[in-house]
Design a protein around this ligand. Structure first.
Ligand SMILES: [Zn+2]
Length: 412
């Protein structure tokens, strides 16, 4: 949850905002059904959760939900997304579909890294989702893979952020399958449906989390959502809340989203027009409570806090280097430019890997142990995301910190 006031550097730079018109789907695409589906399924992307406690050397595999009651501040949770090889791609959630996707061109496989750290907070309320090839646009002779990344920063409890991690990419896929011609409409509908699910969950669903004791209602729980859909030609970003997406193009940091803070002039006007107030209580807050003006969930702050995302569609160019999605635990203490410089160094191999992988070189001094996940092709992105989380902690970020780094270079 955001704790720090509006950051001037987050003013969005106008980027190309064309709505892409896509070729209508046809049925002539060859479907490469694979007989070895079971083997491929075994090789599916895994997201494994590791728990590290200060002073312990061994990672403990944790299959449970993110329950961290009473955890010591030195306990750090990293979610490491890993794939066994870059050539093996199936949908992430087997429960959605067991259909094995056609093997993509390995060159088109996105390179990404993820690091998500609880930091100094008692509870982990961030969630991250990465789904390569979550949707395939059918063209006359082939199909084009779209990739999905999302960072969700929960507040009040983790259950809305966790539900976003489980569901939002599914909703986006359903909307794209219904109509993939208008990004703004598809993303807005997806977020609206996600919000309806979160509101229903708050109102009495089976969240199975720490706020269960507050039943029958948890209407003060919500989450940000910053989502990026990567296509071969476009970078689509949909944002709701104060997490942020930043593109590095030709060495320059270009924000692709604009933080939804209550004192952003247009957001302030909207809140007041709806009959709400922004009260300064440890920074500007809607009704003196929530330090962001848009979010998924938060039943009791409607209609002042809305779930409608702002959507940008940016043409990819060869000067594009990488994309960073992160929660405000990073952006509160690290500028867009600094973050891009750090990632740039990592992708160029100019950072001593001990900085990102060795406990002895823990720059935070908080006993945070970092593990590099993913295969070799993603190593640099893993290192970059881990180093950014460490930098945020070293700069005394008081929040959970979650970072996704996606390498956009086509010639590496
Ligand atoms: Zn909960």
């Amino acid at each position: 949850m955001a704790e720090i006031c509006y950051d001037n550097e987050s003013v969005m730079t106008k980027t190309t905002s064309t709505v892409v018109k896509k070729t209508a789907a046809t049925t002539t695409t060859k479907r490469r059904e694979r007989s070895s589906s079971q083997a491929a399924r075994r090789r599916r992307m895994e997201i494994r959760r590791y728990k590290f406690v200060s002073g312990e050397q061994d990672a403990v595999f944790d299959d449970g939900e993110l329950q961290r009651r009473g955890r010591r501040e030195s306990t750090v949770t990293y979610e490491i997304a890993k794939t066994e090889t870059a050539k093996e791609v199936v949908v992430l959630c087997e429960s959605l579909s067991s259909t094995v996707m056609a093997l993509p061109d390995p060159d088109a496989y996105p390179k990404y890294g993820v690091a998500s750290v609880c930091g100094r907070r008692r509870e982990m309320e961030d969630a991250v989702a990465v789904h390569p090839f979550f949707f395939r646009q059918q063209t006359e002779f082939s199909s084009i893979g779209y990739h999905y990344c999302g960072v969700y920063d929960g507040h009040g409890c983790s259950h809305v952020a966790m539900r976003c991690r489980e569901r939002l990419h599914e909703l986006v896929r359903e909307e794209l399958e219904a109509d993939d011609a208008d990004w703004e409409k598809s993303m807005s509908r997806s977020f609206t449906r996600m919000d309806l699910e979160a509101v229903a969950l708050n109102a009495g669903g089976t969240a199975n989390c720490r706020c269960e004791l507050q039943r029958p209602e948890c209407d003060a729980v919500g989450s940000t959502a910053v989502v990026s859909i990567l296509t071969p030609e476009k970078i689509v970003v949909a944002n709701c809340g104060d997490s942020r997406a930043v593109l590095c193009r030709n060495g320059k940091a270009i924000p692709l989203s604009s933080d939804h803070k209550p004192d952003r002039p247009d957001e302030l006007d909207r809140i007041q027009a709806a009959g709400g107030r922004v009260i300064y209580w440890d920074g500007p807050r809607v009704l003196g409570v929530l330090a962001m003006s848009r979010a998924i969930g938060d039943n009791y702050l409607k209609p002042y806090v809305i779930s409608k995302p702002e959507v940008t569609v940016t043409d990819r160019v060869k000067q594009d280097e990488f994309l960073i999605l992160a929660s405000d635990g990073l952006w509160d203490v690290v500028s867009n430019e600094t973050a891009c410089n750090v990632v740039r160094m990592c992708l160029k191999g100019k950072v001593n890997s001990q900085l990102t992988s060795s406990p002895e070189n823990d720059v935070t001094g908080a006993g945070n142990v970092v593990v590099v996940g993913g295969d070799v092709s993603n190593k640099a992105c893993d290192e970059a995301s881990i180093l950014l989380t460490r930098l945020a902690l070293a700069r005394q970020s008081s929040d959970n910190v979650s970072v996704v780094v996606v390498d956009l270079r086509r010639d590496t």
